[in-house]
Design a protein around this ligand. Structure first.
Ligand SMILES: Nc1ncnc2c1ncn2[C@@H]1O[C@H](COP(=O)(O)OP(=O)(O)OP(=O)(O)O)[C@@H](O)[C@H]1O
Ligand SMILES: [Mg+2]
Length: 306
């Protein structure tokens, strides 16, 4: 039997105007980093909030480390760490004070000094919260989620709004959590983040899970390992007649056309031939491997960032 950190069956949440979560099943194994990937409004935060016990589910079952909220609320609270999508702290609190304050709620706690070192904030330990950069504030939020030494950590968009360097430094902290044996469940709309961090992930849209697996499995399920891209100088022209001529679907996206294919070796000459015949004014052509972004596009017809 697989040792599960989380088992969720059929959870639902209806808000007055929207069915935010429309029946979600999830299984997360102990020790893995699991991602919920989806665009704005997909229902990621609502799903997490139900699991974290912050908002009641209308239906369904939630089991956390073998425990349920109804009978073991206090125990669950001591075993999980939660970083909310936005953490609001007093402007004039310092990282050290915030860690001491949050830690005081728990019987077992890690020292502020240890946590500050973990998220590399020792030099900002006594600075006002308002004077921290976005990345430093996010790192503090991660440290706060670890204050009770939790087995299972929930991170809701830990890197949104950060520059690439700050994002990578946060990835290091998440990998450190896994190395310490914790289970991490995070949400993100960055597919490269999901690919880099998650052992397994679920792609979510409109309150339902569309597919689930490791990044490699999800990409393999697509059955289209390669994407041929034609790039234009400026917005890509309409692709309908080219696509008809070529006999393959062509997605026009911004300044490029994308042509998914299982067989780039024969697709490439055909594409070049059709481009010549149709006098397509492209400036570059290249072949890349499919990514989670392509999986999402294929499942929903939309890009993650639209
Ligand atoms: N408290 C609420 N009251 C009413 N509707 C809500 C509430 N919270 C969320 N919703 C709606 O439920 C849907 C799912 O929202 P949710 O915050 O779970 O999405 P999300 O995937 O976390 O999005 P984002 O990537 O923007 O954080 C949205 O349509 C949202 O408007
Ligand atoms: Mg959210």
């Amino acid at each position: 039997m697989i040792d599960l950190a989380l088992r969720v069956r059929g959870i639902r949440k209806q808000y007055p105007k929207v069915l935010a979560v429309a029946g979600v099943d999830l299984e997360v194994r102990r020790g893995e980093v699991f991602g919920l990937l989806g665009p704005n409004g997909a229902g990621k935060t609502t799903t997490l909030e139900m699991i974290e016990g912050l908002t009641p589910a209308d239906a369904g079952e939630i089991e956390i480390l073998g425990l349920d909220w109804k009978h073991h609320g206090r125990e669950i609270r001591s075993l999980i760490g939660v970083q909310l999508q936005s953490t609001s702290l007093f402007n004039k609190i310092t990282p050290r004070e915030a860690l001491d304050l949050y830690g005081a709620y728990y019987p077992t706690r890690r020292s502020a000094q240890e946590l500050l070192e973990l998220v590399q904030l020792t030099d900002k330990a006594d600075a006002y919260h308002t004077t921290l950069s976005g990345g430093q504030q996010q790192r503090l939020a991660l440290a706060l989620a670890l204050v009770n030494d939790p087995e299972l950590v929930f991170l809701d968009e830990p890197t949104t709004g950060l520059d690439p360097q700050a994002r990578r430094s946060l990835w290091g902290v998440v990998r450190g959590m896994k190395a310490e044996g914790r289970t991490v469940i995070l949400t993100t709309h960055y597919m490269e983040e999901a690919e880099a961090l998650c052992d397994r992930l679920a792609i979510m849209d409109h309150g339902v899970i569309l597919s689930e697996g490791s990044p490699t499995e999800l990409i393999a399920q697509l059955g289209l390992p390669s994407i041929v891209e034609l790039t234009f100088e400026g917005p890509a022209p309409d692709s309908v007649s080219f696509s008809a001529h070529l006999g393959l679907p062509v997605d026009a996206r911004g300044e490029r056309w994308e042509i998914p294919t299982a067989d780039p070796k024969s697709a490439l000459p055909a594409i070049l031939g059709a481009a010549e015949t149709c006098a397509v004014p492209f400036c570059q052509i290249h072949v890349r491997r499919a990514t989670l972004e392509d999986v999402f596009l294929h499942r929903t017809g939309r890009s993650l960032r639209e």
